[in-house]
Write a protein that binds this ligand. Structure first.
Ligand code: IZC
Ligand code: ZN
Length: 425
């Protein structure tokens, strides 16, 4: 077998190996698989060897065409996986930041027809091309920051046609951009203005028309609900998630973000693949997640950006055996960032996750949260060659030297797509 790409002399290769079967929990989250002076061989987009150089070069044939990257002084990791984004939308909401600085609350802005609903208005008005252009910019930022796969939710359409428009953009972007996109249907993101006071009627529309359509056209793999005070109740969320499951859509839930409603308990009850946010999750809810093996996708960017200063109890979750993953929650209202590195830093400083736990949460556990852990999330033979080379001497440096982008090179499916911090696909 011909080696297409060879990475050598890395100060550290962080493999995060050993978690492909099931997400890493407890002590296993700290085991990130460090290889000092490591090397990796890649052939036809896949990892064919990882270890010490002398062994790795023997895994295939080095030819004149083999590209060699000297990673002296650098740290090599699996490409980051972002399992929770609202990628496709039009416009921005910087005006709301000023309202919030004046004391307005996120849910009050939504109640008054702003927030998510203002992004719904601009997304409905936007053409397919505008949505493509704006969303592609976000994907480029993700890639520049070391993310090689993202989940992307709909939820700024809230009609069948407009949700479809968003999901089609996500699919098309996945076809034209090196970054891989995994889609989630989230018609249950807000109550559309013409259904105000008639939430159950909107839930019926989601269940009877949107979910069957999305499932039939295979435009999404997951179904998500904003289970929150004033949005979708526990009962409504359960109906939607179960309807999704009946149509083959795996359940995800925005749970206990702002008000503690019992979203964590619901996630365990329906067997969701992940419960996301959980800032206000109860102790009981955390125990249920651990028992049911539901992945907690934590999004500390929202506590930071909404200035609540109240973060999810990551330490309790990890110590109780909940598999934890991290995500940006990229969206225009509560977390407008593509920097997974900033999120990793917040996870460490504000949620007291260790640097090793943070890396596990942003790679293999995040891959599990989108059901892709058999293909991505670690540097292991047989996995896709999704790799980031960071200009740091060791992995602990990532959560220490903060506020800057440490990415030097990004490799997606064995192809160099970011070189010296510049896009080159
Ligand atoms: O646009 O505000 N929390 N959904 C639930 C969001 C934030 C996105 C937004
Ligand atoms: Zn979200």
């Amino acid at each position: 077998m011909k080696i297409d790409l060879l990475i050598k002399n890395a100060n550290q290769v962080i493999t995060v190996a050993g978690g492909s079967e099931k997400p890493k929990t407890k002590q296993a989250m700290s085991d990130v698989g460090i290889i000092e002076q490591g090397a990796i061989a890649i052939s036809q987009g896949m990892i064919i060897a990882c270890g010490l150089y002398e062994e790795v070069v023997k895994s295939g044939v080095v030819t004149e065409e083999t590209i060699t990257i000297d990673a002296t002084g650098k740290t090599v990791l699996p490409g980051f996986v972002d399992p929770h984004t609202h990628l496709v939308f039009a416009g921005s909401r910087e005006n709301e930041l000023e309202m919030r600085l004046d004391g307005a609350a996120y849910l009050d802005i939504l109640e008054q027809g702003g927030g998510i609903l203002s992004t719904v208005r601009s997304t409905r008005l936007a053409s397919h091309d505008r949505l493509m252009t704006e969303s592609k910019k976000r994907l480029d930022q993700f890639l520049l920051h070391g993310v090689t796969t993202v989940e992307a939710k709909s939820g700024y359409g809230l009609t069948l046609e407009d949700e479809w428009k968003q999901l089609k953009v996500a699919r098309e972007l996945g076809n034209i951009h090196p970054l891989e996109i995994v889609s989630t249907f989230m018609g249950a993101h807000a109550i559309p203005e013409d259904y105000r006071g008639r939430t159950d009627d909107y839930v019926d529309l989601i269940i009877n028309e949107m979910i069957p359509f999305v499932a039939e056209t295979r435009l999404a793999e997951f179904c998500d609900v904003f289970c929150e005070k004033g949005v979708f109740s526990i009962e409504q969320s359960e109906r939607i998630l179960r309807a999704g499951q009946e149509h083959g859509l795996k359940a995800k839930i925005h749970a206990d973000e702002i008000v503690s409603l019992g979203g964590a308990e619901l996630a365990a009850k329906v067997g969701a693949i992940s419960a996301d946010h959980l800032l206000q999750a109860s102790e009981e809810g955390i125990m249920r997640l651990a028992e049911a093996g539901v992945i907690a996708v934590l999004l500390p960017g929202t506590a930071f950006f909404l200035m609540t200063n109240h973060y999810a109890k990551a330490r309790t979750m990890i110590d109780e055996g909940v598999p934890v993953a991290l995500s940006t929650d990229r969206n225009p209202g509560s977390s407008p960032t593509e920097s997974i590195q900033l999120i990793m830093n917040l996870a460490c400083l504000q949620m007291k996750m260790t640097p090793a736990e943070v890396i596990t949460a942003a790679t293999i556990n995040a891959a599990h949260a989108i059901d892709r852990a058999n293909q991505i999330g670690s540097i292991e033979v047989g996995k896709k060659a999704d790799i980031v080379i960071m200009d740091v001497p060791n992995y602990k440096h990532l959560t220490y030297h903060y506020g800057v982008n440490h990415v030097q090179t990004v490799i997606k499916n064995g192809v160099i797509v970011v070189d010296h911090q510049k896009l080159c696909y």
